[in-house]
Write a protein that binds this ligand. Structure first.
Ligand code: BES
Ligand code: MN
Length: 467
């Protein structure tokens, strides 16, 4: 058993349980991993049942949702704990020191795909609830665990689910989750904003087949060249996106947000070093830390076309493709931004090339202003404010330092959907760290952060229960 943990009867060892969960290869994007997805669901379902919760596996068009409830008096506070059981693909497999779905503990960290995103942080809340219910079976608190299996692919099934169960879920008081980052184990962050997202595929077609570049080169527009030209035209020399109207809806940054970011005391030199770069490239006038949180982006996630094998092949390729994602902030609407990017690309396609832009998943940006700030909403629900204050106290006590309230650059599109459909805000406690290698080989989670995270979650839930 890991040190620092004292088990009482009925309680489970969160690290052992986490290991068990990590052995299920729940990759949502790849249909070869259906068994891992099902395994993960049945793991969660058994665990929640053992905790005395009523479990429902809700079917969707793709990956079912695990819904587990501790019901009670309708006057009790009701917290929805959100998490996702799906993980990113593990490749490139060769770069892992130990196998991605055979979790291993080394130097106080647990290594496996999904350790940080999101099975570890999610386990903090599951273990907290389990311990609280063991300590006090009469705890006056209603809890709904909503653990989805499509977060890493844009949560296509979650919005229809929320809409179909609106009444039952909207009467909750708030959402609690840990699926965001903190800068270090000494400095926790309560995430108060997420970027939105809009993704698309771009295809450029030239001649009806690959051509011998000796026979035809010089006579036709090369689709790879055309695609590179159009892609390159989407940013100017200051790294500003050149799509007309792209920045519409970007909101001002509040003074208190800049102060929180100053308290973070980030240093661009060490950030460069962390990334192995000698130069950073943000929009002119913004530091890299501001740019990640407060500005939208247009990124090329992949580009290809023509011959990619060993040696050379003298062709004019028939086709080229690129994958683009835009991160959005403030009041930017993913549909509108996506459409504008698509139009800008189509307008710039040269004659001789046929272009197709296909929209992928989209999600709106999200922001919540915690209590005590100059722009805190006057009508914020009491229980939400209580949860923010309890979170601040709990983190201060367990991590010996008050948290920072910061927006983040990542996206959890469903958090904005929950706000829109259910009217609920989210309290997001950042329990993974920059060195955890999310979406990369050798993903891991710091076990000390996990243990403290359990205690933070317990304190927050307990304080809501004793209002
Ligand atoms: N946990 C991340 C989101 C995240 C990452 C928040 C870093 C804060 C900092 C989440 O699982 C994720 O990766 N989301 C995807 C969403 C996309 C596929 C719609 C993302 O941000 O790319
Ligand atoms: Mn995640």
């Amino acid at each position: 058993m890991a040190d620092g943990l004292v088990l009482i009867a009925g309680m489970f060892d969160p690290i052992e349980k986490l290991k068990e969960h990590l052995r299920h290869a729940s990759v949502s994007t790849d249909s070869d991993f259906k068994e891992g997805m099902a395994g993960s669901r049945s793991f969660l379902s058994t665990l929640f049942s053992e905790m005395g919760l009523s479990v429902e596996i809700v079917d969707t068009d793709l990956h079912p949702i695990v819904l587990a409830k501790r019901e009670g008096d309708s006057a009790w506070p009701h917290v929805i704990v959100y998490g996702h059981y799906d993980v990113q693909p593990a490749d490139p497999l060769g770069l892992w020191e130990t196998k991605p779905f055979e979790p291993e503990v080394r130097d106080g960290r647990i290594y496996a795909r999904g350790a940080a995103d999101n099975k570890g942080p999610q386990m903090a809340h599951i273990a907290a609830v389990s311990e609280l219910l063991d300590e006090n079976p009469d705890l006056p608190l209603r809890i709904t665990f909503l653990i989805e299996g499509e977060e890493e692919i844009g949560s296509p099934s979650l919005l229809p689910f929320l809409e179909s169960r609106r009444e039952e879920l909207a009467e909750a008081d708030l959402v609690l989750l840990s699926d965001t980052v903190s800068p270090s184990a000494d400095q926790l962050v309560v995430t108060v904003g997420l970027r939105g997202i809009a993704v698309m595929d771009v295809e450029f077609e030239g001649p009806n087949s690959d051509l011998h570049s000796g026979l035809h080169g010089g006579a036709v527009y090369n689709p790879v060249q055309a695609l590179c030209e159009v892609c390159a035209s989407l940013h100017d020399a200051d790294n500003r996106v050149t799509v007309p109207g792209f920045y519409e809806g970007v909101t001002e940054v509040e003074d208190w947000e800049r102060e929180e970011l100053d308290r973070l005391g980030s240093d661009e030199g060490s950030y460069r070093q962390f990334l192995g770069l000698d130069h950073l490239h943000s929009l002119k006038g913004y530091t890299s830390f501001e740019a990640i949180r407060y500005l939208p982006t247009l990124e090329f996630n992949g580009i290809g076309g023509g011959y990619q094998g060993e040696g050379s092949k003298t062709i004019v390729p028939a086709k080229a493709m690129a994958k683009i994602s835009c991160r959005l902030v403030g009041n930017q609407d993913p549909k509108i931004v996506g459409e504008r990017v698509k139009q800008a690309i189509l307008e710039r396609v040269p004659k001789g090339i046929t272009a197709r832009v296909t929209m992928g998943h989209q999600g709106a940006p999200y922001m919540v202003v915690p209590p005590g700030k100059p722009n805190s909403p006057a009508d914020a629900p009491q229980r939400l404010n209580d949860a923010f204050r309890a979170t601040e106290r709990a983190i201060t006590e367990e991590f010996d330092k008050p948290p920072l309230f910061l927006r983040e650059g990542g996206s959890i599109p469903i958090i904005a959907d929950i706000k829109r459909t259910l009217g609920l805000d989210s309290v997001m406690i950042g329990l993974f760290l920059p060195e955890d290698n999310l979406h990369a080989p050798n993903e891991s989670m710091d076990l000390d952060v996990l243990k403290k995270g359990i205690r933070v979650s317990k304190r927050v839930l307990n304080s809501l229960a004793s209002e």
